[in-house]
Structures are given as C-alpha cells and as structure tokens.
Design a protein around this ligand. Structure first.
Ligand SMILES: Nc1ncnc2c1ncn2[C@@H]1O[C@H](COP(=O)(O)OP(=O)(O)OP(=O)(O)O)[C@@H](O)[C@H]1O
Ligand SMILES: [Mg+2]
Length: 347
C-alpha cells in the first residue's frame, strides 16, 4: 500500500531545465521524510507538484490517499503547506493572519481565536501579535507562516526549508512542535539545508540532485554508505598542513581534506583506534606538532559532500557554530575568499 505521500516518475521541465527528472517517493504514514539537495536540485518543485501548486509534465502522485492530479481540491483540504518564502498578509496583524486561516478552514470564531493565541505563544510571537505583519523581522515572518500552516492539524504536512533564517532557540522550538505533530500521527515531508535537522527529525532521507533521487535511506544507512570513520587532525602551525597531509594520505582510504583557517585535516579511514595510535607515532617521528586528533563517525555533511561533490551551502556556517565543521571549504567560504582576493588585488 502506498504511503501518505507517494510519487512515481514525477517529471517537470521549465524550458530546457528538467527540474524533476523522474522522482519516486514513498513516505509511510506518521513518518518524516527529509528531502535534501543542493540549491536548484528540485526540492521546491517537488513540494509544489505534490501540493497541487504545479502540474507535473508526467508521473503520478497520491497524497493522503487522494490522486493529486485528478482531485487537487480534495488534496488541498487534507494538507498543510509552509512554503520556502513566507506567505503572510502584510497588512493584517499576526493574530489576524492566524484567525483568518482558521476561518478559511471553517473553524468557529472562538476556536480560531484560541488556536491563534496558542500558536502565537508557541512561536514566541505573543508580544508582536497585534502589530501588522509588515513590521515583522524575517525570522518573525517565517514563524508566523509556520504557525499558519499549523492552525488546523492536517494529516499530511509539507514544509519547505522551515527553519532557514530562524535563530537557534526558535529552530529548537519548531523541532519540538514537529516532533509533537509526528508523534500525533502527522506525515511530514520536509526540505532542509541543515543536515543536523534531517539527522534529528527525519525517519528517511532522500538526496536529490539535478531533479533525480541520488540516494535514499536512514541517516545511519547513508552514513554507512559513505564509508567508515574519519580521522581529524588539527596541526599546531599552518606550515605543518602539507607534511601532515602526506602522513594522512599514507594511512587513509580516500582524499585528505584540509581547511587552512582552522589547520584541520580530515581523512576517511578503516582501522579505528589502533590506526590512530600509529598516526600519532608517525606525526611525532616527523616532528609535526598537533593540537588535537580524533576519530569520528561520518556526518551527514560527509555524505552530502561525497554524493554531490560539495557541501550543503547553508550548512557551512551552521556546522561551524556546532563545532563539527565541514571537511572542504563551503561555497560561502570560497566566495568570501574570492572577495578578499579581489580586495587585495585592487589595493
Ligand atoms: N518557475 C520556474 N521557471 C523556470 N525555472 C524554474 C522555475 N522553478 C524552478 N525552476 C528551475 O528548476 C530547478 C529546480 O528548482 P527548485 O526551486 O525546485 O530547487 P530547490 O532544490 O528548491 O533549490 P533551493 O535549495 O535553492 O531552494 C532550478 O534550476 C530552477 O532554476
Ligand atoms: Mg527550494
């Protein structure tokens, strides 16, 4: 039996761009699917096709047991959607926005009022509740839009990058709301650039690139596919990056990634703790001083890099904060380096 969200061979083209190139999905009821992929991979297009906002060129989709192409209106009644770009009425207050959604879904005025108040509280918007939404900051708008998607609790929810632009506290709050919803039986398709978010919330993950699913599985399965552990070494001096890379190359099972500003080197290995001791001895023999060395399991970042050839763009800064670090400089960092180089050249 197909799951609560089901798609088969979805194709959508825009001129020459094949935004979706035959996507299959099957999300069991009451679970969360994390849709990951670099910018332009086709995530939003998939969400828009599944939520009746776009008509696919070919393929089939069934949501909450209803055929999306044949009965779009019925599908709309069974789903909630929070899009990538917040859709709130600028001239209404936060409270009015939420009450209006309740009334559109034929809630009684009293129930809509109570639900609005509850959601404003949950999303830390009570203080701003009676100001027009046009005075809200980006993160506040985002939260109001998410709250609007939760006014009625539909059996199937779609959230396109729900936590992009939220501060850590509000991101945490949303994760808790999502976990509650799902434990109550809601099925959720969530797109995200934050791999730790997929790690925490998603039962299954689909990685898309160029409109195709290039990998799927649980976070653990995907990590296992990326191959064993990683050794991470932080050398004491920048000059030691090159000789230390040579040492690691000799022990590793893949390319050594070096991050110059943190003096951190990472290499995939097999052989665990014993190998670690050997690496330490070899570095010592060559007189290379280190500040830190450790063995870690692959993160979803490693998975992402090995599958798509680069880091998830927005995850770069995010993981920096978490102290996990990506193993290759992200595009944001590269762009910054390029800008700095230009400034140097202009001097
Ligand atoms: N309305 C449109 N007209 C033309 N091209 C489009 C349209 N919508 C999407 N595309 C193209 O389809 C491809 C997939 O876009 P989509 O928005 O689905 O990517 P995404 O995975 O959501 O990316 P992001 O992470 O940046 O949100 C891109 O090449 C995009 O330029
Ligand atoms: Mg998108």
């Amino acid at each position: 039996m197909p799951g609560a969200i089901y798609a088969e061979g979805l194709v959508k083209t825009f001129g020459d761009v094949r935004a979706l190139d035959g996507v299959d999905l099957d999300v069991p009821e009451g679970t969360v699917l994390g849709l990951l992929g670099p910018n332009g991979a086709g995530k939003t297009t998939a969400v828009r096709c599944l939520t009746t906002l776009l008509q696919p060129d070919s393929g089939r989709a069934v949501v909450a047991g209803i055929d999306v192409l044949k009965h779009p209106n019925e599908v709309r009644r069974s789903i909630g959607l929070s899009g990538q770009f917040a859709a709130v009425d600028e001239y209404l207050t936060g409270r009015e926005n939420l009450q209006m959604v309740g009334q559109l879904y034929q809630m009684r005025a009293k129930a809509a009022k109570a639900r609005a108040a509850e959601l404003l509280e949950r999303f830390n918007l009570t203080d701003a509740a009676d100001r027009p939404a046009k005075t809200y900051s980006g993160g506040m708008r985002r939260r109001l839009d998410l709250a609007a998607a939760l006014v009625v609790s539909p059996p199937v929810m779609f959230m396109d990058e729900p936590t992009t632009g939220l501060d850590p506290r509000n991101r945490q709050a949303l994760w808790e709301v999502i976990e509650e919803l799902v434990s109550g039986g809601t099925t959720l398709l969530l797109t995200t650039q934050y791999l730790e978010e997929a790690d925490r919330l998603a039962h299954d993950i689909c990685v898309v690139d160029h409109g195709r699913v290039i990998a799927r599985g649980t976070a653990d399965q995907l990590k296992a596919q990326t191959g064993g552990e990683r050794v991470e070494v932080v050398v004491h001096e920048p000059e030691e990056i090159t000789p230390a890379s040579e040492v690691l190359r000799g022990f590793g099972k893949g390319e050594v990634a070096a991050e110059s500003h943190t003096r951190k080197l990472t290499v995939p290995v097999t052989g665990g703790a014993k190998l670690l001791a050997e690496i330490i001895r070899e570095l010592d023999t060559r007189g290379i001083a280190i500040d830190d060395i450790g063995l870690r399991r692959p993160t979803l970042d490693d998975v992402f890099i090995s599958l798509t050839g680069h880091a998830a763009e927005d995850a770069v800064g995010d993981n920096g904060e978490e102290g996990e670090g990506t193993t290759t400089p992200g595009r944001a960092q590269k762009a910054q380096n390029a800008q700095n180089a230009e400034k140097e050249a202009a001097k």
